[in-house]
Write a protein that binds this ligand. Structure first.
Ligand code: CP3
Length: 356
């Protein structure tokens, strides 16, 4: 008989997970309601988040297991969403291995010494579970508190993380990043391998501690042509997704502005393809045959009158029926000025909407 401390037992988790609509939908199994969660559901839109973050830096809060547990639970308590997403950031594992970076409010990740050469890449240590003991602690604490609500672990995909490392901060054009990709393929390859290894280990740590699913965020992949994505990016993301797949958890693969890349992102090894709000689900679904989809209400629709928002949510749910499974979400993160009461109404609407 297995004991609760065996890895297999910890992966199978709380008995309530067996009836999770989120886990059923991602596997293409029947659900009694359409599951819903929101990217960036924890964060500045919530007064309770702003309160616990008072005087505590973003990175500091990500490294404090008690705060991570509290912040991750806040939207689950408030909305009754069908999944929690681990409160952290895509650059956190870089910080954990010693890259000098900060997350500046209203700006995003800023890297003190941008990566430009092979020597710069080689200076970045590989991630080991010992670098992120606080993550293991936070995830273990969370799965205890969450009961039957699954926890989604996540990592930034190699291209998106590379963009922050090479540009030194947020970028619209990703010009230096793409210049490295086109002009210094050996440096690019080394950098992508480095980040892919870090991302995969980061996901392994979260799953070993009890996360039930993972999402790979390639937020800025939409800046690439399909040919460049295929040649320079996809093999590295596929490597991360393969290592996550070996853990037996469902894998969600999400990017923004990826209408041209959805098929490739599915083929990279996703079980669920996250669709941003620009691509209607009825167009996206035929591009990812056999895959479940996640998305994709325009995040600004929460600022419309409730009945306008819910009418558009209904269209998303109806379109989602063509996929083997559909997880309702926004088509990118919750905007900080979002009224939480509107998200509560949206959650209730999705839950009450008839399935099939
Ligand atoms: O609720 C959740 O979704 C979990 C938490 C989460 C954060 N970042 C917290 C955060 C997740 C999944 C991320 C991922 C992330 N971080 C991505 C991929 C998802 C996406 O939005 O495309 C990206 C590109 C980043 C990089 C990053 N970090 C950005 C663009 C920003 C916002 C900058 C700003 O202040 O507007 C951050 C900071 C950040 N990450 C915040 C939060 C809650 C805001 C910082 C704060 O509250 O002080």
């Amino acid at each position: 008989m297995s004991t609760p401390s065996t890895p297999a037992a910890s992966r199978s988790g709380h008995p309530g997970l067996a009836s999770s609509p989120f886990l059923a939908a991602v596997r293409g199994e029947p659900v009694d309601h359409t599951p819903v969660w929101f990217m960036r559901q924890a964060g500045r839109s919530l007064p309770e988040y702003r309160k616990v973050r008072e005087g505590v830096g973003m990175l500091e809060s990500c490294m404090d297991p008690d705060l991570v547990v509290e912040i991750t639970l806040q939207p689950v308590r408030r909305y009754g969403v069908d999944a929690a997403i681990f409160f952290s950031d895509i650059v956190l594992p870089l910080k954990a291995v010693g890259v000098d970076l900060d997350i500046k409010p209203g700006v995003g990740p800023v890297v003190a010494e941008p990566v430009r050469t092979l020597a710069d890449v080689e200076r970045i240590p590989d991630l080991t579970p010992e670098h992120v003991g606080f993550i293991t602690q936070a995830v273990q604490g969370l799965v205890g508190e969450l009961g039957g609500t699954p926890l989604i672990g996540f990592a930034g995909a190699p291209f998106t993380v590379a963009s922050y490392l090479v540009e030194g901060g947020p970028s619209k054009e990703h010009a230096r990043t793409k210049a490295m990709m086109f002009g210094a393929p050996d440096v690019w390859d080394a950098l992508m391998r480095k980040i892919a290894g870090i991302a995969a280990t980061y996901l392994e740590v979260q799953v070993a501690a009890g996360a039930s699913a993972v999402q790979l965020f390639d937020s800025w992949a939409g800046a690439l042509t399909p040919a460049d994505y295929t040649e320079h990016v996809m093999p590295h993301s596929a490597g991360v997704l393969a290592r996550a797949g070996a853990l037996g958890v469902p894998r969600i693969h999400f990017g923004v502005g990826t209408a041209n890349l959805l098929t490739l992102m599915g083929e990279a090894g996703a079980d669920v393809v996250g669709v941003d709000w620009r691509t209607p689900l009825d167009r996206a679904i035929p591009l990812v045959p056999g895959k479940a989809v996640q998305g994709n209400l325009d995040p600004t629709l929460v600022f419309a009158p409730t009945e306008v928002m819910t009418a558009r949510a209904a269209q998303v749910i109806e379109a989602g029926r063509a996929a083997p499974g559909h997880v309702f979400n926004l088509g990118h993160g919750v905007l900080p000025s979002t009224d939480p009461d509107q998200l509560a109404r949206l959650t209730d609407f999705v839950h009450a909407y008839p399935v099939g």
